[in-house]
Design a protein around this ligand. Sequence first.
Ligand code: NAD
Length: 291
Amino acid sequence: MKILDGKKISQDIKDELKKLVSNRIANGLKKPHLAAIIVGSDGASLTYVGSKVRACDYVGYDSTLIQLEESITEELLLEQINRLNKDKSVDGFIVQLPLPKGIDEQKILLAIDPNKDVDGFHPTNFGKMSLEMESFIPATPYGIIELLDRYKIETSGKNCVVIGRSNIVGRPVSILLSQKSKKGDATVTLAHSRTKNLKSITRNADIIISALGIPEFLKSDMVKEGVVIIDVGITRVPNDSSPKGYSIIGDVDYKKVSKKSIAITPVPGGVGPMTISMLLKNTFLACQRKD
Ligand code: NAD
């Protein structure tokens, strides 16, 4: 059984980007610049944004963190977005989700200039991705594809089951895996909360990508011997014996499922770190496209 070490691959990607940034500077070109907007003080969101800013520092990008009050109006948030759209020094930016109640998430995402939408959530990028045109691919699905690629996991002709149909993970990764492209050509089933007899579907899968957010949902009797498992789930579960007061648990019963797997991502240290490095990769592309 091979552990798909997202932490290591993510580090490799960051080191590759660091070199590319040095080359840009040596050639008199500007550093990439990523900005992030965060609204409110949700603990998990602050942690994610903090990691993104630290990753920017590591690879040598400029970064700007815009922290806004939970009570901000939609109008003022849209103003901030317009400012970033117009700011020539910013190559790409993200709006950390979820947003507080009362702010229309769709309206906010639509306001982002698609050329700066390094999260790849704007319909222009999502549409282009679906049509196999050059676009920004959402960071988590992009990270999953990259992980499969770097570990040389064959996807062509494989039965692949994606559990979860969110716009940020399940649906885009199901599209990418079904495409006639690198790490595509799979026969994809997209399962969700209304799927019947999920076990009969997952037991036929060569590759399972689980993105539903229910701790240890995927049990060993739901998978066949020799399966490849990508666990996207991240759930904070209270744990008094941990200094943080919680543990991060994936969607997969790792202990038992790993015994039947030929390859599996751990949680933490699997898909999570890949998401950050692919966001940095998209930011690099955004910067390069402007040259
Ligand atoms: P979501 O929370 O928006 O939706 C969950 C999906 O799971 C839905 O499509 C739903 O239909 C499906 N689902 C729920 N119960 C089900 C069931 N019993 N059987 C089959 N399907 C079921 O999804 P999301 O935003 O993609 O998040 C999923 C998980 O991935 C969460 O734990 C989230 O924290 C994690 N996540 C991790 C990363 C990362 O970087 N590793 C990035 C994004 C999300």
